[in-house]
Design a protein around this ligand. Structure first.
Ligand code: SF4
Ligand code: SF4
Length: 336
């Protein structure tokens, strides 16, 4: 059996669902602060492993009855427990061949750049002249695309031909040379229907404005993305005219649900970028992991807060269900 086939068998048997390889040359035009070559100068390959979140993990939020599952076992458990397991298994195999291999998860808390790609002020300096400042931050969506795991949809999420947007990624950066996976051409999965934009809880994905991306030999458009809106949408909060915050119609919670240890407050469960997109892709048979019964069994819910004659919480500084600043979040009382 060829080396890659052996790696694939190992990765799938330990919990990954898909695997692909981006030769390191595919990163040659990446900015230094997000270029993996600076992490391992002799690296030859970036292996990307995709792990599905279960369609059933979206059910509790879809029904509006069980929200804690998705950020905990749907996402957090896969990120914290499964990704290290599969990536480490692949690394062990490779290092037994005498080549270095580094397991990498979606954890870039030490990055020199913030989520917007801006350098943090007075944070870190290059350890050697000419190097990027530590830490380098990797974009796992771009990595997965360059490793042939799918195309980047209008939503900005990676859409896999089998699982659509339901993949969580881990990587192995290695000195082992492996055959390149073919890049999935834009338009293979995403129809540009823009349902992700219309169903997004935070209005974070634009339906009209786009950004041009040139990557992996293709040029394509993705919807302009407003990260701040997404962060607010994810926690189910909405800004009011007087600058305070209240629960949006997409949240049935008056207060932030406590989610330690995963520190995730995701009650959106990708209403637009994940659930609506998956519905569209399943209906159009654009993906192959299909089910006996359609995902949406009844119209999507919305909370009528006016009807409850409440929901408005006067808090000028924080959304009612926003994560607290780090220092406070470490305290035991994480409820508002
Ligand atoms: S909802 Fe439609 S436009 Fe948006 S990412 Fe999915 S397939 Fe593409
Ligand atoms: S996670 Fe929610 S708020 Fe953020 S882009 Fe997806 S649907 Fe919109």
């Amino acid at each position: 059996m060829e080396l890659f086939e052996q790696l694939k068998e190992l990765a799938l048997s330990t919990g990954a669902d898909v695997i692909g390889v981006a030769p390191i040359e595919r990163f040659k035009d990446f900015p230094a602060q997000e270029n993996p070559i600076w992490i391992m100068p002799e690296a030859k390959s970036m292996i990307v492993l995709g792990h599905r979140t279960m369609r059933g993990s979206l059910r509790g939020t879809e029904e509006g009855t069980f929200f804690s599952h998705y950020p905990a076992l749907g996402l957090g458990y896969v990120n914290i427990d499964i990704v290290p397991l599969t990536a480490r298994a692949v690394c062990r195999f490779i290092e037994d061949l005498g080549k270095e291999a580094m397991p990498i998860g979606d954890h870039f808390a030490w990055a020199a750049t913030d989520e917007y790609g801006q350098l943090r002020q007075r944070y870190s300096v290059p350890a050697r002249p000419g190097q990027p400042a530590p830490d380098v931050r990797l974009n796992l969506t771009k990595l997965a695309y360059l490793a042939g795991l799918g195309e980047i949809g209008w939503s900005g999420k990676l859409l896999n031909p089998k699982y659509g947007p339901r993949l969580i990624f881990g990587c192995v950066l290695t000195e082992l040379e492996l055959p390149a996976s073919e890049i999935v051409a834009p338009g293979t999965v995403c129809t540009r229907c823009k349902s992700c934009a219309s169903a997004c809880t935070g209005g974070a994905i634009s339906a009209d404005e786009s950004e041009t991306v040139s990557l992996g030999g293709y040029t394509f458009e993705i919807g302009k993305f407003d990260r701040k809106r997404c962060e607010l949408g994810k926690i189910g909060a909405e800004e009011t005219e007087d600058g305070s915050y209240k629960p949006s119609k997409y949240s049935p919670f008056r207060k932030k649900p406590a989610m330690l240890p995963f520190e995730s407050n995701d009650i959106c469960a990708g209403r637009g970028c994940m659930r609506e997109c998956m519905i569209q892709l399943e209906e159009g048979k654009r993906i192959t992991n299909l089910f006996d019964v359609p995902f949406r069994r009844h119209p999507a819910w919305e909370v009528d807060w006016e009807g409850y004659n409440s929901g408005r919480i006067v808090n000028k500084t924080l959304p009612p269900n926003a994560p607290k600043p780090i220092a406070e979040a470490n305290a035991n009382d994480i409820n508002e």
